[in-house]
Design a protein around this ligand. Structure first.
Ligand SMILES: Cc1cc2nc3c(=O)[nH]c(=O)nc-3n(C[C@H](O)[C@H](O)[C@H](O)COP(=O)(O)OP(=O)(O)OC[C@H]3O[C@@H](n4cnc5c(N)ncnc54)[C@H](O)[C@@H]3O)c2cc1C
Length: 291
């Protein structure tokens, strides 16, 4: 199939983009890397009257560390994030996850903002944002706003982002100290969306006990989930196999997986527990290696 007819406008700045969105009164869609929107339009699952192209807006690009925050412009390509030494050093969880997004060719065009705005429940970047409690900075013609990634997702491909809003930046917290991260997913073929995915980050104290932890699960519920109660089980304790297994089962109990041709709901729930345990073990091993 071919896309339905649409008008096209190239925004030259964020102000330009939000003015175009406001004027279109809900009939426009932003296009960034086009890796999701173009196939949806070709299948006529999306039929915007106007495409507002934000791909060339320089102010949406870039990765910078400001204090204990890593700021990533929404238009930054996934491949740039993957190659970034700053991301690799400061937010290891993102560095581990991003190579699982589709294939290299897709990451060359796809943007972090596009993936987070689209909100596929099995997508890696929304999962990292929810797990770490990222802040999404937004802009409309009425002004700037921000929202926690943990409050952003309402259901599959459904978010609280108003139709006239643009995500401009994703702010990720940087953890200092004896910090480790782990990310595991299972997909039918390399590059496919995950059947289930798990993300974890831990910080250890001087005695090797867990000072704080976050756990997130993707692909096993209508939205990515931050498993706060499961992570709390780890605090103040030594991360041994028994404790990790208990936290992994607590995380898996929060899932609401669906059955489909790739696996039953029960399989996905058990898979989630296995993946969370692996992510936590990797995170603990990485943190212990920090002097
Ligand atoms: C074959 C294939 C395999 C893939 N596999 C995976 C995978 O395994 N994991 C995964 O996570 N993704 C996967 N993807 C999707 C890919 O990661 C996309 O790059 C990403 O989902 C969308 O980014 P984009 O920049 O291309 O956004 P676009 O396609 O341009 O836009 C996607 C949506 O986001 C909106 N949008 C874009 N930018 C903004 C913004 N700044 N503010 C507000 N709204 C915005 C658009 O209006 C649109 O609704 C795959 C894609 C393909 C084609």
């Amino acid at each position: 199939m071919k896309a339905a007819e649409f008008a096209y406008a190239r925004a030259l700045s964020v102000a330009d983009a939000v003015a175009l969105l406001a004027a279109a009164a809900g009939e426009a869609k932003l296009i960034a890397g086009g890796q999701t929107l173009v196939p949806l339009m070709a299948m006529r699952l999306a039929r915007p009257a106007l495409l507002v192209d934000i791909d060339g807006i320089a102010e949406l690009n870039g990765i910078a560390m400001v204090g204990d925050t890593l700021r990533i412009g929404a238009g930054t390509r996934q491949a740039e994030i993957e190659r970034s030494g700053l991301v690799g050093r400061e937010v290891r969880l993102l560095a581990l996850a991003i190579g699982h997004v589709g294939h290299g060719q897709i990451r060359n065009r796809g943007t972090i903002g596009g993936s987070i705005a689209h909100g596929d429940p099995a997508a890696e970047l929304p999962l990292v944002a929810v797990t770490l409690g990222a802040t999404l900075l937004t802009e409309t013609s009425a002004g700037a706003g921000e929202i926690s990634a943990r409050d952003f997702y309402l259901g599959p491909m459904t978010t609280t982002l108003p139709a006239d809003a643009l995500i401009t930046r994703i702010d990720l917290p940087i953890w200092r100290g004896r910090v480790g991260a782990g990310f595991h997913e299972m997909s039918p073929r390399r590059g496919d969306f995950a059947l289930a995915a798990a993300a974890a980050q831990v910080e250890l104290d001087g005695r090797g006990r867990c000072r704080r932890a976050v756990i997130g699960v993707g692909g096993a519920a209508p939205t990515p989930i931050a498993c706060a109660d499961a992570a709390r089980l780890l605090e103040g304790r030594t991360l041994d196999d028994t404790l990790i297994a208990a936290a992994a089962s607590a995380a898996a109990a929060l899932t609401e997986p669906a059955s489909d041709s790739h696996g039953s709901a029960e399989y996905r729930r058990r898979l989630t527990a296995v993946l969370v345990a692996r992510a936590l073990k990797d995170a603990a091993t990485m943190a212990r290696a920090v002097p």
